[in-house]
Write a protein that binds this ligand. Sequence first.
Ligand code: NAD
Length: 463
Amino acid sequence: TPKTIPHPLNIAVAGTGYVGLVSGVCMAHRGHHVTCVDIDVKKVTMMQQGISPIYEQDLEELMHLNKERLTYTTDYKLAYKNADVIFIGVGTPELPDGSANLAYIATVARQIAETVERDCLVVVKSTVPVGTNDKVEQFIKDFLPTDSENEILGKNSKIKIEVASNPEFLAQGTAVRDTLEAARIIIGTDSIIAKETLIKVYEPFGLPIVSVSRRSAEMIKYAANDFLALKISYMNDIANLCELVGADIQDVAKGMGFDGRIGDKFLNAGIGYGGSCFPKDTKALDYLAKQNGYELRTVKAAIAVNKDQKVLLYKKACKRLITFNGLKVAVLGLAFKPGTDDLREAPSLENVPLLLAQGADIYAYDPVAMDNFRKIFPETGTESKGEQGKGSIKYVESVEEAIQGANVCFVLTEWGEIKAVKPEDYKRLMRTPLVYDGRNIYAVEDMKESGVEYYSIGRKKFV
Ligand code: NAD
């Protein structure tokens, strides 16, 4: 007889990062009881006070709205022992060889095995290489107390734990909306009960569900993400050629986008992709291919193009300026994209140290990511006074403050308020109006008319 699945479900989520917390809060918003677990005491204390530890639009409001159904704890035992479903949303960062670090997943799997007191479904939401769900299942089996141990521990000896894959496709900056209005939910399992349980989790969302095998689900995540990375690198590659042959990448993208087979989204050329996903997921898939004796040439090319793209403008500026020593350099935008405070793999992390090494005096501005950036590059306070290799960095409270008196400006993130800067403001406020725009956010003609020397990606050169 099929077991009845309770509703609402008692859900635990391991990891309260961009994926774990947003998923947990959205599942509570759809009526489930959710316990969010993290090992980071600071994060948990913040959440218990109703504060989101990450910047994500609407998240804090939803935390507040659903507080009756949300619990935050560092005590995983409390969260896992009676859960119907446990989602794993911990990080799977890149190891030096490009493979995914599965240590955090393994820790959670062990904690689950040591803790659960009744049947439950474990759902891997983190992005993991194909075959990882099999390993998690085996790992949990290995760690589940044996019958004799159970007797000693007084535990139920017949605990059955299923493992299913449910990759996440949210994008930072729009994570809440992406979760509540996801294009599709991927459920990866061959077990009927696991599938039915996951359908119960997602039923209240009213979204399309695609049910596949565990391995296909794991592959869908990488294939989808790497396709997007490829799309970006392809457009950047074409953009670089556009510059050489006198075409304009924005016009080219517009013309391409009308073709339904191509689509009009994700065709923006720029300073390269960053973030916690595209860089690591391209490398992890490349690694998986290599492990299986296959060379994934397309993805390899996307990685190579992106590496160069991130420092393209810096290199251009080096040629134009000869030296940054003692120059005041405005850096507008530090986050890897607008709408987030996340800096992982952000182009700013590559360009700022290069500029500092050249003796630049940086005035940096970002509406939300400055505190995180300051932790990596503490404010130096004093200016370099032209000493080679001893640049300085200062954080300022507005775009105007950053560009005031600057010799050169780099635009690294297309935040709304940076887009809103008028070309004449650069002309009026900078000492020498020289702008390198990594996000193509201004019209070349407008900059030209305002007398700004303007360089962007794949567009007409203006001198
Ligand atoms: P994150 O680094 O923001 O969060 C991970 C959290 O897990 C941290 O708060 C950490 O303290 C916590 N943690 C570590 N070990 C733990 C344990 N044993 N128990 C409980 N908590 C633990 O990561 P993220 O960006 O949310 O990404 C998580 C996963 O989701 C990754 O595999 C990533 O590839 C994938 N993903 C991320 C995004 C995204 O946009 N960030 C989108 C889709 C998929």
